[in-house]
Ligand binder design. Structure first.
Ligand code: KG4
Ligand code: ZN
Length: 355
């Protein structure tokens, strides 16, 4: 008889912190055995944004059948899973509680370890799921709907926050600008599509904080400038809207590139420039960051598009990374609406209440 194949542990991941319900089974060798991502766009579209109560209910309705479907597709029984990883925050607390309580119930029922994952850590480590050769330390630009940060990723659980936004996250600026331009929900991908036919040089929009020494971000002024520019056109043509979308996208990209260039100087030990989070799906931003990395002699790593936006494979992967270090949680792990990756980071000067 031949020796059994050693495949490494298997982790079931659950994600429910915003408006995607997601479940995935990921092996330590990076194979995704099965996964489901259910978007709630239809439920939230009439409101032009995510309604927390609706999101929590949808997670509660969908999660159990999705877990069953993922296990069935992979031909795996719950008992064959080595650990359960569930997002424990930060995010919309109702949804986080639904996912975390589900993860705890499975861990308890099957007597498996629970790993309470920080959603931001899921994004931060997701490039290592896609790219086995990506080693620590790396410089990470983490750009999503709720966060806009530059982090020195020194190891699993070891994050140095180099910069954050003093007002809005860049994804929020994409979403709100898309709303002003009448592009619907979700805004980021719609704005990118509309910008494709537009002239990025037509509207002179501001680039807040560009040139400042600290690598922090600011997007509120840019968002307001889009609103003013739109109000200044009485009967906007399709071309006007495309030009304004392209001008916004270019201004946002310029801000991200300038701030990231500062952070490269502040974190010279980085072996790669990495981008993650929903906004990392944007092709203009990916292209500009790739050029920046090249200019500094750094490899550029960006996860595939589906792994940039919210999913459970990144949560299962973060679970794998922590399981390998023996870093597991007990069933008292709390659900956290806020949970900074770097607990020692000070608030950025001029910042409001955001973590
Ligand atoms: O990481 P994510 O899926 O959820 C959060 O954790 O926030 O990020 C969602 C954000 C939204 O603001 C969405 O508009 C933005 O990512 N986004 C994009 C694109 N795809 C998603 N922004 C710009 N261009 C895109 N292609
Ligand atoms: Zn996210």
């Amino acid at each position: 008889m031949s020796a059994p194949l050693v495949l490494g542990p298997l982790v079931l991941g659950i994600e429910s912190s915003c408006d995607e319900t997601a479940v995935a089974l990921v092996r330590a060798d990076r194979r995704i055995l099965a996964q489901r991502i259910a978007s709630q766009d239809e439920a939230h579209r009439p409101f032009g944004g995510v309604v927390p109560e609706l999101a929590a209910r949808a997670h509660a309705d969908r999660l159990a059948p999705m877990i069953e479907a993922v296990l069935a597709e992979a031909g795996i029984a719950l008992n064959d899973v080595d650990a359960i990883a569930g997002t424990a925050g930060p995010g919309l607390i109702g949804g986080v509680m639904v996912g975390l309580v589900t993860a705890k119930a499975l861990a308890y029922a099957a007597n498996k370890p629970l790993i309470a994952v920080n959603h931001l850590e899921g994004h931060a480590l997701s490039p290592r799921l896609a790219e086995a050769s990506l080693a620590f330390p790396y410089l990470l630009l983490l750009v999503s709907g709720g966060h806009c940060q530059l982090l020195g990723v020194e190891g699993v659980g070891r994050y140095r926050r180099l910069a954050t936004t003093i007002d809005d996250a860049v994804g929020e600026a994409f979403d709100k600008s898309a709303k002003v331009l009448g592009l619907g929900f979700p805004g980021g991908p719609a704005l990118e599509r509309t910008a494709r036919g537009g002239n990025p040089a037509r509207f002179a929009l501001p680039r807040p904080l560009v040139g400042s020494v600290d690598p922090h971000f600011s997007f509120a002024g840019l968002k307001s400038a889009v609103l003013r520019a739109r109000a200044g056109i009485a009967e906007a043509s399709t071309q006007d809207i495309s030009d304004l979308a392209a001008s916004f996208q270019q201004a946002a990209t310029d801000c991200l590139v300038d701030r990231t260039a500062r952070a490269i100087l502040a974190f010279p030990q980085a072996t790669a420039l990495v981008v993650a989070g929903g906004v990392a799906a944007n092709q203009t931003i990916r292209g500009a960051l790739s050029t920046l990395a090249g200019a500094h002699g750094l490899p550029f790593v960006a996860p595939p598009l589906w792994l940039c936006t919210d999913n459970a494979a990144m949560i299962a992967w973060a679970g794998q990374e922590r399981l390998a270090l023996g870093d597991i949680d007990d069933l008292h792990a709390p659900a956290r609406p806020r949970w900074p990756l770097d607990p020692h980071a000070e608030a950025a000067r001029g910042a409001g209440v955001k973590a």
